[in-house]
Structure formats: C-alpha cells, structure tokens
Unconditional design. Sequence first.
Lengths: 114, 114
Amino acid sequence: GDSVTQTEGLVTLTKGLPVMLNCTYQTTYSPFLFWYVQHLNEAPKLLLKSSTDNKRTEHQGFYATLHKSSSSFHLQKSSVQLSDSALYFCALSDLSGSFNKLTFGAGTRLAVCP
Amino acid sequence: EAGVTQSPRYAVLQEGQAVSFWCDPISGHDTLYWYQQPRDQGPQLLVYFRDEAVIDNSQLPSDRFSAVRPKGTNSTLKIQSAKQGDTATYLCASSFGGSQNTLYFGAGTRLSVL
C-alpha cells in the first residue's frame, strides 16, 4: 500500500535560517502530494499541494517540488520565523481514485528559537 | 465561512466506558473523513462517507468502533468500550467530492483512556 516517510521527528532552528523538511513516498499510482501544518491545539491546515512533476509550488514563503524520479516532495523555506513553529505533515493521495484518501507521514515538529 | 466543527474538544474515560464524538462538516461538503492521530504520529484514516453512505470502513475496529452520517451532513463516531490504546486525537475532515479536492480538518477531540 501507499506510504509516506518523514525522517526528522524534530527540527530546531534559529529564526532567520533556512529549513528543509524531508518527505519521500511510495505508491503504485499517480501521486498527489500535500503538506499540512498543525499549530498547537489547532486543526491541520493545507500548506501546499502538487501532482505536477518537477514544478515548484509555493505558499506563505514555503515551497516544494514534486520529483517523481526520486519519489520526494521536500518542504523548504529560506528564512524561518517564530510563527513557523508547528507540526508539519506530508501526505499522499492518488489521482486514480474518486476520493482524496490521504496517507500521512509521522510528522516533523519544527521549533524556531529567537 | 465556518470550518469543520468537532465536539467535545477533550474526553477522559476509564477503560470500558463508551464515548461519542460529533462532527459538523463545512456546509455543502459531501465527503466526510474520520482520522485517528496517536500522540506523535500522523493521522490514520478510520472511515469515510460520501453523503450518508460508508465508502470504506476497513480500518475501523468494528468490534468497538462505529460511525454514522444518517442525513449526509453531521457525523458521529462512537467507541463502545474504550481501551488505553484508543488514546489519541480524533480528527474529522470534509471535502467536496473529487480526488484532487482539499480536505479541511476540524481541531479534533483529544481522548485519554485511563
């Protein structure tokens, strides 16, 4: 079945530094990748999504590129802010189905320090 | 636009007790999902509906868990006899059809089973 791997459980950074959160996936179908962000005691919210190979997608300063050749969809930001501290989930769906049935990774907690 | 509403926000039970979680999706969204999110893990799909029909409940522990969406709007997830292993946050999400449409999540119900 489908699976998503996020290798870092916790990433701690100083404000203003760049960040990359890793995401790789496995599926036998045509992939549709998502990044969700979950702030403390809040609902997960969509940050980015893409199904287009080798095309960069951006939102709120974050960006990611789907690379089907390496089955990756890493999340990046050039300069993190204190407000970026949250739990980030990579998720996978497939374009063959009629429903957006997401498979989530374990999540990466980003902690930004002053 | 009102988001996905869940209640209660928190529940604390003894093993063997029953509990129900309630979800009010975004108006007009025909698809509703229930996810279980254990602490420090990604959400895992339990069951989802299109209108009032269950599409897939294969991940729902059927001996103790049940879910309904009788009028194709609100939904209830019930645990008949809770176990400590059920301790998790239960997230409800909704979307409007289609495999490419965004899931919108509620803030969840955090369950602790003692």
